[in-house]
Ligand binder design. Structure first.
Ligand code: ADP
Length: 251
């Protein structure tokens, strides 16, 4: 990504052309760097479950056929790591072509019923309560329903992962937009980590999150969904007190 050396500051056409060229080169170089970082982070993330699968498979090959306990443990580990890899690759694929436009299927979506349906589904997996608060029966956004569902899944899943008490989900209108807030009373996010949580592969505490199995991609996808709807996502959090994520979308 070579830049042109521009010797004098002038207003002539050639100078303008040169500086536009340099700007383009800077953008290309930055994007290239981002892609490289993505590939390197992705390979790193996939290496861990692959190593676990490989080592269990090798143990099985050597002793597993005669050791029932080892057989059971290995099959369980291989299965859960494979599921984790599958989830991770799905998320990576969603983010990989970052600049390619998603084909959004925009319709009128009632965020109240969507919130109720999604929380009911997710409640079957976790043993925590999710309460939906809405002043109206219908809060309508022009949005892609599947993407909205995915966004809610990510925010609710995080709220449930990082807290033990009940979760609040608020839906409503405010000025010229609609909002969705997912609030938990869990561990919270340290102040210094807040600016990074929407970055790909960013996790506050790597050891802690290993147990919960995330690759740090959920919020990057959430941000991508919100951006593609020309909305906004904000977070307010305090360590030890809880976190709330608010999504606003044009009406
Ligand atoms: P992960 O799959 O690791 O949860 P995310 O991109 O969804 O990845 O989130 C990035 C990080 O932000 C998480 O690893 C976690 O440390 C932090 N985080 C996200 N949501 C919450 C929350 N509701 N409470 C506390 N920490 C959170």
């Amino acid at each position: 990504f070579k830049r042109i050396e521009l010797k004098t500051q002038s207003k002539d056409e050639l100078y303008k052309l040169g500086s536009t060229f340099n700007k383009m080169m800077d953008i290309l170089a930055k994007n290239f760097e981002k892609q490289q970082q993505f590939v390197s982070d992705a390979s790193h993330e996939l290496k861990t479950p692959l190593t676990i699968i490989e080592s269990y498979a090798s143990m099985l090959k050597r002793w597993g056929m005669n050791d029932h306990n080892l057989l059971e443990e290995s099959v369980e580990a291989i299965y859960s790591e494979a599921v984790r890899m599958q989830e991770m690759t799905k998320q990576m694929l969603m983010l990989a072509n970052h600049d390619a436009e998603w084909n959004l299927d925009i319709k009128e979506v009632n965020l109240v019923s969507l919130s109720k349906e999604t929380s009911k589904l997710i409640k079957n997996v976790y043993d925590q309560n999710i309460s939906v608060y809405a002043r109206y029966d219908r809060v309508i956004a022009s949005a892609d329903e599947q993407k909205m569902k995915q966004l809610l899944f990510i925010l609710l899943d995080n709220a449930l992962k990082y807290s033990t008490s009940s979760i609040e989900l608020h839906v409503g209108y405010e000025n010229d937009h609609v909002f969705l807030t997912v609030k938990d009373h869990g561990i919270g996010i340290p102040k210094e980590d807040i600016p990074h949580i929407f970055d790909r592969f960013y996790r506050v505490d790597k050891a802690r999150n290993r147990e919960t199995g995330g690759a740090g991609l959920g919020l990057a996808i959430a941000k991508r969904i919100v951006d593609s709807h020309r909305g906004n996502i904000d977070v307010v959090s305090k360590e030890g007190e809880g976190t709330s994520f608010t999504v606003t979308l044009p009406k």
